[in-house]
Design a protein around this ligand. Structure first.
Ligand code: NAP
Ligand code: MG
Length: 399
């Protein structure tokens, strides 16, 4: 069979640890035999980011903007332990944080359903699409550990030179303070991305924040969402029979837990970080979820939402063939290839991506799967496979 040709390249962002190991296997076994893969490769492994003082991460973000499609492997966000483990020059910032800020996008995450893995929340019959704002808040924070008692203030100096000053706290002893921000433009883009994505999929949109406590900050999110909806989307939603509603974040969580799913939950950056992991594990496994970053000017970055599966990697280094689930990473590739195919009007490429997704899920539905989901599979798994065996089983089905 002749390999499928690609017209334009995608930005390929390699990563760390177990996911980096699987990245290579997925490419060699499931992609390269069938597709004449065109990628611009960026090594976002921790050492390479540190060596380049993060220049490589900014270059990768630029490439996504230029090519409009990227695929990213999970990467380590460094902490002190990693600085020692990898002999780093310094603590590097989160590469996801850098890319999300560069693209100013919204991350959409959706659980992947198979008919023999039932999540722990029995009332969820349909996937919940989570729309996570990917700019600002605590991910672009500024913190001080205050060594003594003192006065903490919030100061804003406008471009016109005018100053606004408020006291945060007259601190009676040592403590901590943190400054966070967001931009109206980014929040508007976030709202537009969510409403557009939901309208395409005919899903209602729920948005939750804490405007009762954070009257100005979260209040601003609430106001902008409502304004964008009323101005640009209300009619479209009415016509499609779908709705938008705002509620407090704690009420949203309570409603989500007793819902049957099938809607979009728009969340602020931190809420989305935490809640997408909750939804993914409740649906079976962190690896049974797709994740795509969509920027308002039409750039797409596909990734797995889980991390580098560090514990499995250490076992792999000791010689174990681990049963790490590659589904989310495979779906990052299929998402990127399908989007590339769609933008380039390359039907063969789109069809290949769909075929690979089908083979990946069919393998599980026929009873062959990795340990994380075998734990909760019903009927019971016929065989628990390691990652290499599972990928080989997918390959058999592609053929
Ligand atoms: P993690 O890599 O998501 O793994 C946490 C645990 O979840 C694993 O130990 C494993 O549980 C289970 N798990 C996650 N993915 C799995 C998969 N594909 N197959 C089977 N089990 C899976 O989170 P972490 O260990 O907290 O973080 C490791 C590194 O990833 C950190 O350095 C962090 O900075 C980074 N990280 C990166 C991203 C990203 O790039 N998008 C996101 C989150 C974290 P068991 O051990 O019980 O099998
Ligand atoms: Mg998270």
């Amino acid at each position: 069979m002749a390999k499928i040709q690609m017209k334009n390249a995608i930005a390929e962002l390699d990563g760390d640890e177990m996911t980096r190991v699987l990245w290579k296997v997925i490419k060699e076994e499931l992609l390269l035999p069938y597709v004449d893969l065109k990628t611009e490769y960026y090594d976002l492994g921790l050492k390479s980011r540190d060596d380049s003082d993060d220049k490589i991460t900014y270059e990768a973000a630029e490439a996504i903007k230029r090519l409009h499609v990227g695929v990213k492997c999970a990467t380590i966000t460094s902490n002190q332990a990693r600085v020692e483990e990898y002999h780093l020059k310094k603590l590097t910032p989160s590469p996801n944080g850098i890319i999300r800020a560069e693209l100013d996008g919204t991350v959409f995450r959706e659980p992947i359903f198979v008919n023999n893995v039932h999540g722990t929340v029995s009332c969820w019959k349909k996937p919940i699409v989570l729309g996570r704002h990917a700019y600002g808040d605590v991910y672009k924070n500024c913190e001080i550990k205050c060594p003594t008692a003192g006065k903490a203030e919030l100061v804003f100096t406008g471009t016109d030179g005018k100053e606004i000053r408020k006291t945060i706290m007259d601190m009676k002893g040592p403590g901590i303070i943190q400054g966070i921000h967001n931009l109206d433009e980014s929040i508007e883009n976030f709202a537009k991305c969510c409403f557009t994505y939901a309208a395409n999929k005919k899903l209602c949109v729920w948005f939750g924040a804490k405007d009762t406590i954070s009257k100005i900050y979260d209040g601003n999110f609430k106001e902008i969402f409502q304004r964008v909806f009323d101005q640009d989307f209300k009619k479209q939603f009415d016509d499609a029979g779908i709705e938008y509603f705002y509620t407090l974040i704690d009420d949203a969580v309570a409603r989500v837990m007793r819902s049957e799913g099938g809607f979009m939950w728009a969340t602020k950056n931190y809420d989305g970080d935490v809640m997408s992991d909750m939804i993914a594990s409740a649906c079976g496994s962190l690896a049974m979820m797709t994740s795509v970053l969509v920027s308002p000017d039409g750039n797409f970055e596909y990734e797995a939402s889980h991390g580098t599966v560090q514990k499995h990697y250490y076992r792999y280094l000791k010689g174990e063939k681990t049963s790490t689930n590659p589904v989310a990473t495979i779906f990052a590739w299929t998402g990127a290839l399908a989007k590339r195919g769609e933008l380039d009007e390359n039907k063969e490429l789109v069809d290949f991506a769909k075929c690979l997704e089908k083979a990946t899920l069919q393998t599980i539905e026929e009873g062959y799967m990795t340990g994380d989901i075998a734990r909760i599979a019903s009927p019971k798994a016929k065989k628990i496979l390691n990652s290499w065996e599972y990928i080989a089983a997918i390959k058999e089905r592609i053929r």
